[in-house]
Each structure stands twice: as C-alpha cells, then as structure tokens.
Design a binder for this molecule. Structure first.
Ligand SMILES: N[C@@H](CCC(=O)N[C@@H](CS)C(=O)NCC(=O)O)C(=O)O
Length: 212
C-alpha cells in the first residue's frame, strides 16, 4: 500500500498511525497538495490528502473511509472501534468533533496563507477560531484518562492526538499550555506511543509559506 500525503496533515497522520498500529506495511508518496497539485489531481480529483493506494491498484480517499477499510482488513477483534453498539457511537461522535476541529484549524491556516495581510477575512478567521475553541471545550469535557474512553486506545484517541499535534505545529495560540489539561495529557500519552513516533512530522514535510 502507498500512503499519499505528508504527516503535517492530521488526516494523513491518523491513517499512518492506524497502519502502524495494525502492523500493515506501507510505503509513502509525500507529494504536496500545494507544490504538486497537478500530480496530486491524478490521484485524487479533489487535490486533497490522504489517499491510500491499495496493492490491487485501487485508490481510496478520505481518512474516515480509508480507516473503515483498514478496520475491515484487520478484523473486528483488532479494530480500534467496535463493530456496533453504544461505544462505537461514542467513538464516532468524538472523531467527528475532533476531525471537524482539525478542519476548522486548517481553514484558519489556509486563510492566513492565501489571504495574508489586508486581504485576510477577520470575520471568517474569528468564526473558525471560535468553532475550534468550542469543539476543544467539548472534547476537554468528554476526555477520559489514560485514553479518551478509558483503558484502551481507540480511533478517538488517534484522531484527537493528531488534531492536537497539528495545533501544536500550526496554530499553537488555539491550544495554549494549561487551557485544556485533559487534552494535554492525552496528547503526551499519544505522542509517546510507537505508532505516533513512527508517524512523527518530519521537518521537511512543511507547507509553503506563500502560495501564488
Ligand atoms: N475529510 C477529509 C479532510 C482531508 C483534508 O482536509 N485534507 C487537507 C490537508 S490536512 C487537504 O487536502 N487540503 C487541501 C485542500 O483541501 O485543498 C479527510 O478526513 O481525509
């Protein structure tokens, strides 16, 4: 399998963490959505990451849909979410909140990249930042220990851990030290795991500082 995208994307990273956790071998294609848009579009018409190219040649897009397939491949005894029931529902809802927060954070980062200075829409930036803050407040209230839902690592931890890694990298102001103690503990816990260490964001996987 080939994972397309760079680890400074929380969505690519969550797929990488899951692949490592399931001990599924994969190689990487680290082309950039901004620097290599034309090549990227041949893989995903939306020019978005992640994509996962299966050994059969089939290409999957969207982290949630990719992980759904990985769960099926690894089987229900090892998947990071139960196949059915209330716990599955709780985990999927926490993922929706964390993934939505990651999208809001990304929109702030993109607004600042594409519309620097006077062109930046303060209203849009503010709206996204307050949506992100409200999602973090909710996640903080729901978050357990050591893992989001108790004693076992699950997909909610993977998505939330990747969200927090992204905020630390690109939008530190929205995740200041001391503001979200439970999430901070979860982030530390995640980043000390092998799956996360193997999917560490490398210094050469970066966004451009400007786009034309
Ligand atoms: N719902 C998608 C979100 C993916 C996403 O937002 N990817 C970003 C990188 S973090 C991207 O491709 N951005 C480029 C663009 O949207 O033009 C998923 O879960 O895979």
């Amino acid at each position: 399998m080939i994972l397309v995208g760079q680890y400074d994307s929380p969505f690519v990273r969550r797929v990488a963490v899951t692949l490592h956790h399931y001990q599924m071998p994969f190689s990487r294609n680290t082309i950039s959505v901004f620097g290599d848009a034309r090549d990227m579009q041949k893989i995903n018409p939306l020019i978005r990451i992640p994509s996962l190219v299966l050994d059969s040649g089939e290409t999957l897009i969207d982290s949630g849909a990719i992980i759904d397939t990985l769960d099926e491949m690894v089987g229900p005894d090892h998947a990071l979410v139960p196949r059915s029931g209330p716990r599955r529902r709780l985990i999927l809802q926490a993922i929706a909140l964390a993934a939505g927060a990651a999208e809001k954070a990304g929109q702030v980062v993109y607004e600042r990249l594409f519309h620097p200075g006077q062109a930046l829409s303060k209203e849009w930036e503010q709206r996204c930042l307050s949506q992100l803050a409200a999602a973090l407040d909710r996640l903080e209230r729901q978050c357990g220990a050591p893992w989001f839902f108790g004693q076992q690592l699950g997909h909610a931890d993977v998505m939330t851990g990747c969200l927090l890694g992204y905020l630390n990298l690109r939008l530190q102001e929205s995740f200041p030290a001391g503001a979200y103690p439970r999430l901070e503990a979860l982030a530390r816990h995640c980043e000390s795991r092998d799956e996360f260490l193997q999917s560490r964001i490398s210094p050469d996987e970066t966004m451009p500082s400007r786009v034309q």
